[in-house]
Write a protein that binds this ligand. Structure first.
Ligand SMILES: Cc1cc2nc3c(=O)[nH]c(=O)nc-3n(C[C@H](O)[C@H](O)[C@H](O)COP(=O)(O)O)c2cc1C
Length: 156
């Protein structure tokens, strides 16, 4: 596995699609918060999903998820997938991206690179343990985040 990235801008500036499910039943959403690193002697990707997201249901149900990165020209598509919910509409068709089955999960033909992740751990980010400033800024109106850590088992 080979992957080179400026990790402080990879999620923050480029964004990614977080996808869980299989070709017949999956959901995807745009993420810009996440991490890449090492845990339990494994390469891992960490993502943060508010409990209100439709994707959250798939993240809980599935054993695998993918994190897919795209070139700049797909920013508009990622904007759609990050502002509409799969609960309310067929946003996949609306986005114009092409889903592609990969082992245990789904990514997109247009993705530049996809991390296939095996779920190892999830936990609620309890606002009680945050600084007041973070709690007030990010959680006074919106649902809390759950953190999912996945082992990166393949990079395609
Ligand atoms: C640039 C961008 C980054 C986002 N990052 C996250 C994130 O890291 N975690 C999260 O829970 N929601 C994030 N969102 C919001 C979800 O993508 C958005 O609520 C989406 O519509 C959820 O879709 P779903 O209900 O089909 O899962 C982001 C949205 C955008 C536009």
């Amino acid at each position: 596995m080979n992957f080179t990235a400026d990790i402080f801008s990879k999620f923050d500036k480029q964004w990614a699609l977080l996808t869980a499910g299989n070709k017949d039943s999956f959901n995807t959403m745009t993420v810009s918060w996440g991490g890449l690193g090492t845990l339990w002697s494994r390469p891992v990707a960490t993502v943060y999903v508010r409990t209100s997201r439709y994707t959250h249901e798939f993240m809980d149900r599935e054993d695998y998820f993918t994190v897919s990165f795209f070139s700049e020209k797909y920013k508009k598509e990622l904007g759609v997938l990050g502002s509409k919910s799969g609960r309310d509409m067929d946003k996949m068709n609306a986005s114009g991206l092409t889903p592609k089955a990969v082992e245990n999960s789904v990514t997109f033909e247009e993705a530049e690179v996809t991390l296939i992740c095996k779920k190892l751990f999830m936990q609620n980010l309890d606002p009680v343990n945050m600084t007041e400033e973070i709690r007030e800024t990010f959680y006074s109106k919106d649902a809390p985040h759950d953190m999912y850590i996945g082992e990166v088992v393949a990079i395609i």
